[in-house]
Structure formats: structure tokens, C-alpha cells
Ligand binder design. Sequence first.
Ligand code: IPE
Ligand code: IPE
Ligand code: MG
Length: 925
Amino acid sequence: MSFRTAHFTVATRFALIEHGRNRFAMVLVALFVPVWTTLAYLAMPDDPARMRLRATGETLAPHGNELTEISGALNAVTLITGFMMFAATFSGSGFDRRLALAGYPRVPLVLAKVTALALVSAVVAGYATAVTCLAWTPRQPLLLAAALFCAGLTYGALGVGFGSLLRREVEGMFAIVMTSIIDLALQNPVTSSGADAPVVRYLPSYGAMQASTAAGFSSSPVPGHLAVQLAWFAAAALVAVAGFRRSTRSSLSSGAPAPPPPAGRRHRRPSRAPPFCRVLTDAPSHAHDPAHGVRHGSRLRSRPMRPSSQPTPADRDAAPRARRSRFPARSRTGEDPALRAAYRLCRRTTRRHDPAIHALVQLMPAVLRPAGWALWAAANAVDDLADGPDADAAGRAARVAAWTEALRGDLAAGTSTDPVRHALVDTALRWRLDLSGLRGAMAATRDDTRGRHFADWAEWRAWCTEEIAPWVDQVRHLFEQAGAPMTPRLDRQHDYRRFIDGAQLTDVLTDLGADLAEGRLLLPREALDACPGAEDALRQGRWSPAAAALVGTVTDLARRWVTRPALTRGMHPGAATVLDTSARLLRAQLDAVDAAGPALLERAPRPSLPTRVRILAPARLRARLAWSLTPLTVPAAPPAPPVPRRTPATARAWEPAAEDTALRTPPPHPEGARPPRIAADRMPTHVAIIMDGNGRWAEQRGLPRSAGHRAGNVAAREMVYGALEIGLRHLTLYAFSTENWQRDTEEIAAVLEATRRELDEGPVRDLDVRQRWSGNSGKLPEELVRSLLREERRTRARTGLTLTVCLNYGGRDEITRTAAALARAARAGDVDPDLIGEDDFARHLPHPDMPDVDLLWRTGDEQRTSNFLPWQATYAELYFTPGHWPDADRRDLWQAITAYGRRRRRHGAAPLVSPRKPAVPTRPE
Ligand code: IPE
Ligand code: IPE
Ligand code: MG
């Protein structure tokens, strides 16, 4: 089956199931057709109605009730098909748009709609014909069915057109009903004296009316009028396709609204696991470690996120090795039976402790599910350790700390003996997750054991942000890595944070009883004080009016927070489905809290099974459709576990930034040189250096070129010292270009090895320098990439100099990757291609915060830029010096900066007129 055929099959199945879910339409088909046609037959007089049938030229005198029954059948068929197609198009337009933006071809989508329309029309027309035949026998029943079918097609296409073009549901329904009534009433000689008027031949169901009347009362074939009806269908279909194209176009202001909150229902459980994760988590885990007992409660938090389309170091690393496919779980976990067992355990834990969460993970693409289970199980494991009744507070804090510490060691080793950590470590390596962000969350969970008190909602939200968001970030990062970002648009970040808060608040409410039993009431004083007496009642286990008022108020607040209709605008359709569904589940959970009343203190409420099915069943369909359409990027198997070293890379990433407390100052210049004083407005912000001449420097001394590169590293250190001393904010060094691969292998190895040593052992590590890497991982050795990423992570909080090392860097490569990121963002609906400006491009650069280069300095007596920072250096002042790079020291940097201070930069403006030399001589007084 070709890819397109597969798309068509999946989309058709989806369209038919969506129609099948339209219960109102099913009732209409079952009841409206027989009731309307039978009533028409019984209620109308059977007096002959004289009429001229244009289709055959005959003058007929059919019974009025039979004629009206035919027109009623047409009316029923047109209304039902029009309504069904309108409803499906209207409610699914946001989803269709997401699919189209995500790259789902529109043609199979349109064909699927047409196929569904044909099937719906055939069924309804066949049914209406059968019902009509029960009362009397038309002369040509097949022709009647064909005429009804063609009318159904026409109105179905009109329904799609209205669904695509009209903004409000009521408008579309009104349009369909009125069109059908006017259209058919005008043509029925029993109800309209103008049925013979020439104008009726331009009505949309004229062909079908003529054909069906002929079918009822004449034996003549009328293929021409069926053709007229098909022509109407073709015209309506053109309008529908145009409307569909328009509604699935990329637009910043478009996007599917999240489903509205379901009216009245409810749900269960205690708080504290990532909102998405806690919607994705909920249950105690610890099947992996019976000694830890079973617990509930978890912690979720939210944190601002990086724009999804922006390539991250990890993206850079993953991209070259990525392949597009969907893997079965077995191949994802390789052949390691322990690892497979670990993931299985995580999945079982998820499913057993919270089927709803498990169902939510099932909405993720198959390739991401193991990671979802691992993250959920880990979050829950930590939560369980912090909450267990089997130990005092200190004991619980100690075991959370022990688990956290064990994870640190496991990350360093690349494996674990604990199955949950084993799965988590594998997930982190496989998807290149930076788990160091979880350290704060776990520490916060540990601190929860001492009890939490919040003065106001701001404090409460800060707790939520600290404890929950890092887990959610990991889930989001997973989606990003797979090329299906779950990242809200920048203008929706506030919504996202509120949503996470709302999810956490829902958990707190759900777990109210369990938390109170352990002496916790995780609501801010501000909320408790607003309902005097509520706190005392709750702590005594009483359900008083004040307690009910408090729960009601907080439930309303949580419902407002999780109701963020625009949150998923422009998001990938699969990711949006997951997020929208978690929102619906949360609202259902809040309904369950509302409905529980005093029972809330006894047990965690849950939404009913039908409610969960109502939410999850369509979500499964949508998710399957979305993921089947959008190929995912799956990283290759994770690198082999690193051999533990004294300070392994992964461990460093996890360690607290303790070494930052002991940052050193740069060593003084050997000759005691001090930096010049540069006026602030003469100081460049960003100096970029093409460090050229290493090879010639070595050759002049009869040394191998590798010696030149090692000497070049010493000069680079000098520049860092000089930059810190003079107060430069950004220094960017060109260390190895994408063109340098053309060099001798030995020389390449020498350059790269010298860089790695500098990263691992160089003195710059201990300075107040935030190190970053710009370039492509491509053919770079794995260990070097790890060192580069590790230094980025380790130094990211430093505030002194930002040092960007361009390694395997090419300006064109950077621009190409940025264009790809922008294209991905456009496909995801985050940017409108028609509105892309320079800012949008800059935002998608690997380091969007890198300022423009003010001064571009090249040593080595060459005057070219060699593919270095073409975007950022368009207006840089160029500065070339004849000496070789290894001979340079910090004084040369200061000299370059001094020279820069003397330049006059105009950025395209006209030169300023010198006040001392007026352009127009003034007359002496
Ligand atoms: C620059 O020095 C460093 C790298 C390109 C890695 P070169 O190695 O280009 O030195 P020359 O230009 O050959 O002297
Ligand atoms: C530019 O130097 C690249 C680096 C300094 C890393 P090259 O020596 O490679 O540049 P060309 O070949 O002279 O342009
Ligand atoms: Mg060179």
C-alpha cells in the first residue's frame, strides 16, 4: 500500500468513525426519515396534483400525498447529509488544519471526506427509498434512490463548504435548513403554485426533484436530470474544496480551539506529580522496590520553555543520526532483557495505578510511550518515597535524597540496578534529555516531607513551578526530540503555566482526603482565610458548609486554570490531542471533585467510566490519525554507557553547581599588562575571532602543524583572560570549520583532541565563563560532543563572559539548519510563512540570543571571513592582523578593541556633519 493510499485509508476510517459518533445524526437518520415521509404521506390529501414534468415533458397527476412524500424524502436526505457533513467539518476543522500544517497531504483528506459523504448519502438515500416503498411503490425505485443519493451528495458538499467557511455553528445549520426548505418547497406543486416557473430549474435540487418525481410516476429514464444534479454536486464540491483549503491554511491567528469544558461531571486522587505527568501520573509506583512501600501524591511543575523549533545542542547532536520511522517497543529497547523488563515494569506500574494516565500515554506515538512510562514511574517513585506513612519525615527525606543520589550515579554509569531508574537513564540517553533539571524538583519533593505552608497563591504557584514543571519539561522535550513539539506558542506561555498550575490544583483537590489523613492541607492561607472555619472542619474530617464553600471555590479556580482554549493553537496535531485530552480529563476530574461532596474526605473521586470513555475514545482516534500522518524523528540507539571516570560527564551534568561557588579570576598577564580603559559607548559587545595561522606558525619553527594548534589553544585562553579583564560580554572563537575536514586526518585529530582537552581540563573551566558550542555534531567524535554539551550545561548559569566556541561550524550550514527550523515551525503553525521577517529567522538560529558581531578579527594575514558567522557579522567592523594566532596574547585583543573604539559605525545612515567643519560656511558676524 503506498503512503498516499495509507493516508487515504486511515483518514476515511477516521471520517466514518467521526460520523458514527454523531449520535444526533444517527437518531435523525433512524427517526426523521420515516417520521417525516410517513407524516407527509398520511397528512397530505391524496387528491391528484396536476404538474408538468420537465424531465420527460409529460403532464402528470400524481397523488398529492405521494408527491409530498417524495419531496419529504428529498428534504430529509438533504438535511441529514448536509447536517452530518457540516457538523464533521465544523468540529474537525481545527484538527484538519493541524494535520495539514503538520504535513498531512490535503488530497487524501479531501478524498476521505468525499468517500465518507458518498457512503453516508448512499445509506440515507437507500433507507429513505425503502421507507417510501413501504407506503406505495414508485415506478422506478432504483432511480428514486439514485436521485436521493445525488441530492445527498450535493447537500453534503454544501455542508462541507459551510463548515469550512462559516464561523458559527448556528449559521451553518440555519444555512442548510433554509436552503433545503426553500429549494424543495418551491418545487413541490402541492405547496407552491410556482413549481412550474422557469426559475426553479436553477435550484440546487432541481435535477434530483425531477428525477425522483419521474421515478415515482413515470417510466421514462431521465439520465440528463441526474447529470444536472451531479453538476450541482461538482459545483458545491468545488466550493467545499476551496473552503477546506482556506480553513487549513497556515495562519498565526488560527488554530483549533480546545474543546469546551464538559458540563457537569467529576473525578479523583492526591496531589503532586507533574501536571501532564500527574495527569500523566497519579498512582503510587514502587512495585520496583517493595521496601519503599506504596504511596500517592506527586508533584508537578511548570517552567518556561525554549521555542520548539529552535535547534538545541541536543537537536544538533541527534539530527545527523536520526532516522524517520516508528519503532515497535521491542526494537526501541534493543535486545537487553533487563531493559525491556524495566520498561515493562514502568508500563505495568502506570497501567495498574492509573488507567487514565496509562490511556493518556497511549495517545503518545508508540515510539515515545516507553519514555512516557519511565518518566511517570520515576516521578511517582520519588513521590511515593516522600509520602509513605511507613517512615518519619527525616526518613522519607533521606530516602528521596538517596534515590536522587543513586540516579546521579546511574546516569554516570549509563545504567542502573533499579528498574525504574534503569528505564529513566535509558530514556535520558536515548532521547538526550538533560535530567539535571529534575534535581531541583526532587529536592523540592524531599523538602515536602517537612510540610508545606503557603501564604498566598503566588507562593503556591512558585512551589508548583519548582516541583512540577521540570517533569513536564521532560515530557515536552521528548515530543520536541521526536519532531512533534508540544510547545505552546510564545503568546500562550502564560496559558501553559496556568494550565500546569490548574493540573496541580486538581491533584491537590483530588487527594484532599489522603493528604488530610497525613496532616497536609496543600492550599494557601489566602484561600483558607477566605472561608472561615473551613480549615478546622477539614482538619477534623468534617464536611461543613464552609469546607464545601472552600472546595467549591478552589475547584472553580482550578477549572478556570485548566480551561485554556487557545493553549494548543498551532501545535502539532498529535501533541495537541494529548494536551487537549489531558485538559478534558482534568475538567472531568474536577467535576468528580464537585460531585463527591463529603465523600471527598473518604476517598479520591474519579470520573465515571462512560465519561472517561467519552473523552478517551475519540482522542485515541485522533491521536492515531495524527501520528499515522506525521513521520517522527527517532534518534539512533543511545551511546554505550560511558566508562565511569572520576568526574563523568553525565554525573557532572547532574551535580549541583557547587564548583561555581569557587570561580577563579583570570591569572595576570606575565608582564603585568593591564587592560586599557575603554569608554562604555566605545566598547564592543561581541568580538568574534578567526584564529588563523597555527599551521604556518608551526611550519616556520619546523614543528608539526599539530604543535601549532596546541599553541593556538594557549592563545585562545589568553583571549578569554583578556576578555574577562576588559569586561567584554561575548567572545566567539572560530576553532574548526566545516571546510577543515578537507585537511589531513592527523591534523584534524590534533585540532579536535586539543579542543577536547581544553574543555575537560583547561583553566577556563574555573572562570566566570558561560561556555557554548556552535556547530554541527556531524562527524565530531562522540566524546568531544559530550564534553561540549557538558560544558554548556555546567556553565549555563554563569554571568561573566559568554564564550562561544565554533567547532565544526559553517555559516552556510547554520543558515541551512535555521531555515529548516523555520520551515518546521511554519509547518507546525508557529509562524506564518507570509509574515516571516528577519526577527523570525534570528529567533530560529541555534543561539538566538547571540548578539550581532561588533568586531570581527582575523589573524594570520588573510583577509576573508571563511564562512564565519555570515548572519551575525553582516555589520561587523573587520580587523585583520598579520601575526599568526599562537603569537597573539590578550594585549592584541585589547588593541583590537581600542581600534574598534575609533571606528565610526553608521549602519547605513548618512555621515554626521562635523560641527567643526560646517558644510555651509557661515557669514562672519
Ligand atoms: C587555523 O589555523 C586553525 C584551524 C583552521 C583549525 P590554520 O591551521 O588554518 O593555520 P594556517 O592558515 O594553515 O597557517
Ligand atoms: C578558518 O581558517 C577556520 C578557522 C580558523 C577555524 P582556515 O585557514 O581554514 O580558512 P581558509 O582556508 O584560509 O579560508
Ligand atoms: Mg588557515
